[in-house]
Ligand binder design. Structure first.
Ligand code: SF4
Length: 231
């Protein structure tokens, strides 16, 4: 499993895939990466310290992901993220967060007040029915502005049965209107029952990808390892 990489396109930054106690939510039907976890804070810290030792600060920006939310990392890892960023001259840190932690965002921003924090929400889609009846994402709000409040960025998931060119374009448009940046993830085969829909993916590749592939505000992961981390 690769846990450190450098993103050299669009918003350049280093990225680390750390490990926490495990996603507190775990119910998203398309997800099996929450299995990357350990109940041992000591084991997690040892692994995370090794991963963070690779950070150089070359772009002054670090994205931290952990197969869940930042709030599931142990305190020593959080302190080490802080000291590593301080030592390496990193001023911007991106963390991923599930919506259940929306009320804790401000406190974490205060805790990291020497840095600019960018919270990335796992939203997947603004289509309420798809999100809450099929993907079981656990975001019970529907108003895009309410959902986006407190978050800076969002992940979207494309390539699911039922999605269309129009629905994906609507997600991108709403995403860019409500967040600073968005990241589009194309559904890949995994151990869950949610399978990639080849026809939806073809539609994305031929009709939508050419429009947004060079957009600085849109990251696109055609494969889930395109950032260089994961397996
Ligand atoms: S997508 Fe994120 S919030 Fe949902 S189960 Fe997976 S790790 Fe948890």
């Amino acid at each position: 499993m690769d846990r450190y990489s450098v993103i050299t396109e669009k918003r350049k930054r280093e990225i680390v895939l750390l490990r926490g106690r495990g996603c507190a939510y775990k119910r998203c039907t398309f997800c099996d990466y929450h299995l990357d976890c350990s109940p041992s804070d000591d084991d997690n810290f040892a692994l995370n310290a090794e991963v963070l030792s690779h950070v150089t600060g070359e772009y002054g920006e670090l994205e931290v992901i952990n197969s869940g939310s930042v709030f599931e990392l142990d305190n020593r890892t959080l302190d080490l993220i802080k000291s590593t960023c301080r030592d390496k001259g990193i001023s911007v840190i991106h963390f991923e967060v599930h919506y259940i932690y929306k009320d804790r965002l401000a406190a974490l921003r205060r805790e990291f007040d020497e840095f600019t924090i960018k919270f990335k929400l796992g939203l997947e889609t603004f289509d309420y029915d798809l999100r809450e009846r099929i993907l079981l994402k656990g975001i019970k709000d529907a108003d895009p502005a309410v959902i986006a409040d407190g978050f800076d960025e969002a992940n979207f998931l494309f390539g699911i049965i039922g999605q269309t060119e129009q629905s994906m374009l609507r997600d991108i448009e709403l995403g860019l209107n409500n967040f600073e940046r968005i990241c589009i993830n194309i559904m890949c085969d995994n151990s869950t029952a949610v399978k990639p829909d080849r026809s939806v993916i073809d539609t994305f590749r031929t009709r939508i990808y050419p429009i947004y592939k060079d957009d600085e505000r849109v990251d696109i992961l055609l494969n889930n390892t395109d950032f260089g981390v994961g397996e």
